[in-house]
Design a protein. Structure first.
Length: 64
């Protein structure tokens, strides 16, 4: 499955960081259209938008 296809299926899922902040997956992108640089778009409850790498994303805990 391609990264962007996976992101479309994951939109709406929630993850939690080590500080207890919950983020919702709201999208994704490939930096410079390169499959070497996938980024996942997360939005927290305050509406702050963040992009994280797959390595960072793997450190987060799924909460629903």
């Amino acid at each position: 499955m391609a990264f962007l296809d996976w992101v479309q299926e994951a939109i709406g899922c929630k993850v939690e960081d080590e500080f207890g902040m919950v983020h919702v997956i709201t999208g994704g992108k490939l930096v410079a259209n390169s499959p070497m640089w996938p980024m996942i778009q997360l939005t927290d409850d305050m509406g702050v938008l963040r992009y994280v790498t797959l390595d960072r994303f793997e450190e987060l805990v799924s909460v629903g």
